[in-house]
Design a protein around this ligand. Sequence first.
Ligand code: ZN
Length: 252
Amino acid sequence: MPARTDDALVLARYPFRERDLVVVLLTRESGQLRAVARRARGAHGQLAGVLEPLARVRVTYFRRAQSDLATLDEASLVRSAFPLAKEPAGWAAAQVLAELATVFCPEGQRAERAFRLLDHAVEALLGGGDPLAAAAYGELWFLRLAGVFPEMGSCGVCGAPLGAGPWLYDLRESRFVCAPHRPAGTVSRLSAAAVGWLSAASRAALEEVPTDVPEDALGWLQGLRERFTERELRSWAYLRLLLASDAPEAGP
Ligand SMILES: [Zn+2]
């Protein structure tokens, strides 16, 4: 039962038994990992301060062959996400990214690109990056890393270039199509602005992506994710609610 050491991001944590914590980690080498931090709560529980949500940590853990839960031996803090707790929308966006990682990264499967994506997005949010753009960018890239993001720029039937938009998306076949190959079934339409944003986010670093994410781009990404994961993300609903209540009132 050799111990392993790895870099990890804390996705969530829960009280467990009398004085323990269960932490859900996204590790660099082994994907999602659930681990018990023994005696982490209470007067001598220094680990609780290290294992804050969205912190980047260095952990040593071991696991028995039949156990679902690893046991955390040591954890040291590499980067705290605590300053984000003062920025409600930034914190909510980071929760969206953490929930996406929980849904998209299976346990025990190496997910280094997902680790780097989440790490970079949290870093950007800590630097004052736009919450909605960070959450949408993360959603797009988790879909891409899972292999469910469609080919962009050309018709999925004939390969004809689609130009600047608007584009048609064939929901049944999960592909963009040109006008002559528009199917009889359900099609969703993406505005030129949405096509522009999605194209930019597929190519550029998060810092270079426009912050005015078109509403139909958000809706299309959400639909793609919900068809794949067959569930809603509560954290997304909360972020949207928060941003809507922050928006300035229209009119006098
Ligand atoms: Zn076509």
